[in-house]
Write a protein that binds this ligand. Structure first.
Ligand code: SAM
Length: 328
């Protein structure tokens, strides 16, 4: 079991398989992209498999594959196939922008990988294209509908962005009224690769809930697992649910069970902190298993208590990093 220095059990790994993305969401990175890692700096698929095995041996039982856009990574399915064979892993999930998932939907279903988070910040074509700076609205829409109708457990991640998509908060709940999906509204975070200034947020979790309550005053709060980052609600008559994630307000650190490994092997114990170590050279060296185990134990043993404490590791308040490198 992995227990951190604040007595929190870590059983959830967010594993980034690339830092590249085929969208250019304006709250994530500049239009020209970021300095993406060179190919030889990325963990190979075999290394990702090996890292997963080691961490499962240490007590990880849930892995979320993320990126960058995971499906732009060639051979991603080889990693997913390998993960489904690993005993001790109870939950494999993927976070995707749903642009290029289409050809893999059948195999995902066959593999039993049912938990798919789709990032979708607007149901309006123009708004979607303005935010993502790409013309992928129809593809994303079609893949999303396909995932829902094929019975995947779909959660939609919607980042509420001041001046950009707040007008879509209620409509996305309307559109999803007849679908058994969870729409999760997230606060914007300061990881935009320097694409824009970040001076705090207007749309924090309270503002989002108040806004929803104007239209749906009868929403009911749902019980959520202790480690859930979202506070979840049900609107009477809606097939699905909605949730709000205070990702910038950081009200959930006390029960955080997560560890992140980036596509280049950085080990991140808090989204708001600096990487604790890098395991790429370790996994490529002698005694890789012991080396990775020790590096992970050390990282987990020196975790910041909260995201606010971790943030002090940075000298500036506006972070240069992009979520596409961190993995969301
Ligand atoms: N490409 C995949 C996707 O779009 O879901 C996975 C990687 S993406 C970096 C993971 C999540 O991070 C997405 O839901 C995205 O909206 C979110 N994200 C990116 N930049 C963010 C920011 N500055 N604040 C909050 N969320 C952000």
């Amino acid at each position: 079991m992995l227990i951190d220095n604040h007595n929190r059990q870590i059983n959830y790994l967010r594993l980034a398989v690339t830092d590249r993305c085929n969208l250019r969401c304006n709250y994530c990175m500049p239009s020209e992209g970021i300095d993406f890692a060179e190919n030889n700096k990325l963990l190979t698929i075999d290394e990702l498999i090996q890292v997963s095995e080691v961490l499962i041996g240490q007590g990880i039982d849930k892995i979320r594959i993320t990126g960058g856009e995971p499906f732009v990574r060639k051979d991603l399915m080889r990693l997913l196939r390998a993960l489904t064979k690993m005993s001790g892993l109870n939950d494999i999930s993927v976070t995707t922008n749903a642009t290029v998932i289409g050809p893999h939907i059948d195999e995902l279903k066959e593999l039993g990988i049912r938990n798919i988070n789709v990032s979708l910040d607007s149901i309006n074509r123009e708004t979607f294209e303005r935010i993502t700076r790409r013309n992928q609205f129809d593809t994303v829409h079609n893949n999303l509908i396909r995932l829902i109708t094929e019975g995947f457990n779909v959660r939609i991640n919607f980042i509420v962005l001041e001046g950009q998509n707040e007008q879509d908060i209620i409509p996305i709940l309307e559109v999803m009224k007849h679908h058994k999906v969870s729409v999760r509204f997230l606060e914007e975070m300061p990881f935009n690769g320097g694409s824009k200034n970040f001076d705090g947020i207007k749309w924090d979790h309270k503002a989002i809930l108040e806004h929803v309550a104007h239209t749906y005053p009868n929403f009911e709060k749902l019980e959520s697992p202790k480690t859930s980052t979202s506070v979840n609600y049900k609107i009477p008559g809606h097939a699905g649910t909605f949730g709000i994630i205070p990702s910038f307000s950081r009200t959930f650190c006390g029960s955080c069970n997560r560890l992140r490994i980036t596509a280049t092997g950085d080990v991140i114990t808090c989204l708001y902190g600096k990487p604790k170590t890098n395991i790429r050279d370790i996994i490529r060296g002698e005694a890789a298993k012991e080396g990775v185990e020790n590096a992970i134990l050390k990282a987990v043993g020196s975790r910041a208590k909260t995201g606010f404490e971790a943030q002090k590791e940075h000298s500036r308040t506006v972070f240069d990093n992009s979520m596409t490198s961190i993995g969301g």
